[in-house]
Ligand binder design. Structure first.
Ligand code: SAM
Length: 215
């Protein structure tokens, strides 16, 4: 198995980089379905990064407990800082999410914001299958991702943007994956179905909510 990419060097500047490139749009994607996450009790946030979303989730939802998984120690350090006095409700897991064993048999929330694009389609499928065994029947999985929409915008704008991002992350973090995974097929194969979808920036960004199909 490849080593996970190393995001340690980006942890402190990640927010600034994000604002300089996409302004508020990534943040809007992460928060697209926040209203529906306020009643959740047990969350697994994978590839959590600097934890700004987790901090917001903890703020909006006073009862949720979070398992935060990331392969970068510096990202997790930033996460704990961002969670502030609410960090007591977060269990930190410094781990490769591809090998991480879920700590709860009954998550009612999974979150992957701009993380699945660090994996191949086969890796997303394996991860989703493992998670499917550890979610409640009414769980939701919030996904934010880059996408390449059909049509001229996809070819002329979204594709080059995504390629440039992959190149930048190859140089900065050693990320070996260089194409978006087909995570929709992966999640469907693992027993999830899409319940909601929102797009931004002409379809370059998508936010989705997935739910488990009945066994
Ligand atoms: C592009 S960042 C996204 C961070 C955050 N979720 C966000 O919305 O900005 C990807 C994150 O996934 C983590 N990551 C990448 N591959 C990983 C893996 N195999 N296991 C665990 N974490 C991983 C990186 O360390 C990084 O923090």
């Amino acid at each position: 198995m490849r080593h996970p990419p190393n995001f340690n060097g980006l942890a402190r500047i990640y927010r600034v980089l994000e604002m300089a490139t996409f302004g508020p749009w990534l943040w809007r994607c992460r928060c697209a379905f926040l209203d529906e996450l306020r009643t959740r009790r047990s969350a697994a946030v994978l590839g959590d990064g600097d934890g700004r979303f987790t901090a917001r989730l903890l703020e909006e939802n006073p009862l949720v407990l979070v398992d935060a998984v990331d392969a970068s120690v510096e990202m997790l350090r930033a996460l704990v800082q961002n969670a502030g006095h609410r960090s007591g409700r977060v269990r930190i897991h410094l781990a490769d999410a591809r090998e991480w064993k879920p700590h709860s048999p009954a998550y009612d929330l999974i979150v992957t914001h701009f993380f699945l694009d660090c994996l191949t389609t086969a890796e997303v499928t394996a991860l989703a299958r493992r998670l499917r065994e550890n979610v409640t029947p009414k769980a939701v999985w919030a996904v934010s991702e880059f996408a390449i929409p059909e049509g001229w915008f996809g070819w002329l704008v979204a594709r080059p943007v995504v390629q440039a991002l992959y190149l930048a992350f190859l140089v900065l973090t050693g990320l070996r994956v260089q194409r978006l995974p087909d995570y929709r097929t992966a999640l469907e194969a693992a027993g999830f179905e899409r319940a909601r979808k929102q797009e931004a920036l002409g379809g370059l960004l998508v936010s989705e909510l997935w739910t488990p199909r009945a066994h």
